[in-house]
Design a protein around this ligand. Structure first.
Ligand code: FAD
Length: 283
């Protein structure tokens, strides 16, 4: 297992915030993962870092990283079994290779399999729960490997049993897809990506939508009405292209991002009496 002291996290979070942790572990299998937990009190788990805000410059805590490791993917007829570190991009490409349909909308969501299950990643059309069968996880309470069926995972919009129970670590997931036509699957993947890149500020580091969609409302239009496009603190600002995103335009710190968030929440509450809930995980 790769282990790195004083590990630089900049390329491991998509906001590209500069931060260092005292040690990073990159387990290659579930037994190595368990071993790290036996040696450490409470390491921080990182998937692909596409939905996190690093609030500190230096972490005394150690990190367990699923990014480029623990990423095997197996296809059994129309089932795809993937380890936590596999990306949704890779999963979608494997599905395409086997002419399996169901992952097209996830092709462009930057995510590890573990992160996608924890966050119930998705779009308004489809969430990860819609193709998931079951999950294997390490229960840190009794240090046992367990399996849980989709219906027991208490999925909600961008929420799950795993998000509420941080002592359970996702290690593997089973997805059910359908046989489809190669050309149709491919064009749906490409079209999804094209539309998303048109709308999203991909030219700057970001972590996707900052806030959850409040019932009956859309975050972007509320912030637009408040003239908050381009509102900046330090190196972080609300994107001019898509107000639901905060971008790092100039060496932002986690605290710059958090300050932009607080101000947006304050103004939205004052004008619309709506409480904006942050989707991204603050570490
Ligand atoms: C450009 C862009 C577009 C995006 N578009 C979308 C979108 O359309 N829909 C959407 O839902 N999201 C979107 N996101 C957000 C992000 O892609 C998802 O939330 C994604 O699922 C996060 O996965 P990750 O592996 O990066 O998780 P991370 O950011 O690494 O972690 C997220 C949380 O999960 C925990 N975690 C990670 N892996 C595990 C594990 N194996 N076991 C237990 N806990 C774990 C972490 O501790 C953390 O709390 C977007 C992000 C970007 C940058």
């Amino acid at each position: 297992m790769k282990v790195i002291n004083n590990f630089v996290l900049t390329n491991y979070n998509s906001y590209r915030i500069n931060a260092i942790c005292s040690k990073a572990w990159f387990p290659d299998n579930e037994f190595e993962l368990m071993d790290v937990f036996k040696r450490n009190k409470k390491p921080i788990i990182l998937g692909n870092g596409n939905n996190i805000i690093l609030s500190k410059n230096y972490y005394d805590e150690e990190f367990i990283v699923f990014n480029g490791n623990y990423n095997n993917v197996n296809v059994q007829e129309n089932l795809i079994v993937a380890e936590s570190g596999a990306t949704l991009l890779h999963l979608s490409e494997v599905a395409l290779f086997y002419n399996l349909s169901g992952l097209e909308l996830f092709y462009d969501i930057p995510s590890s399999v573990g992160g996608a299950v924890v966050m119930n990643a998705g779009t308004k059309e489809k969430e990860i729960k819609d193709i998931l069968i079951k999950v294997r996880y390490l229960d840190l309470v009794d240090m046992q490997f367990k399996e849980i069926l989709k219906d027991e995972i208490q999925f909600e919009y961008r929420n799950s049993f795993f998000q509420k129970n941080t002592d359970k670590v996702v290690i593997k997931a089973w997805f059910e897809l359908q046989q489809g036509d190669h050309k149709v699957i491919k064009s749906k993947m490409e079209e999804t990506k094209r539309i998303r890149w048109e709308k999203q500020p991909r030219e700057y580091p970001n972590c996707g939508s900052v806030f959850k969609r409040p019932p009956g409302r859309f975050v972007g239009p509320m912030l637009d009405e408040l003239n908050m496009k381009g509102f900046a603190v330090g190196g972080a600002k609300i994107s001019e292209k898509h107000s639901g995103f905060i971008v790092n335009f100039n060496n932002a710190t986690g605290n710059d991002i958090l300050a932009v968030i607080s101000e947006a929440q304050r103004r939205v509450k004052e004008r619309f009496n709506v409480d904006l809930e942050v989707e991204q995980r603050v570490i």
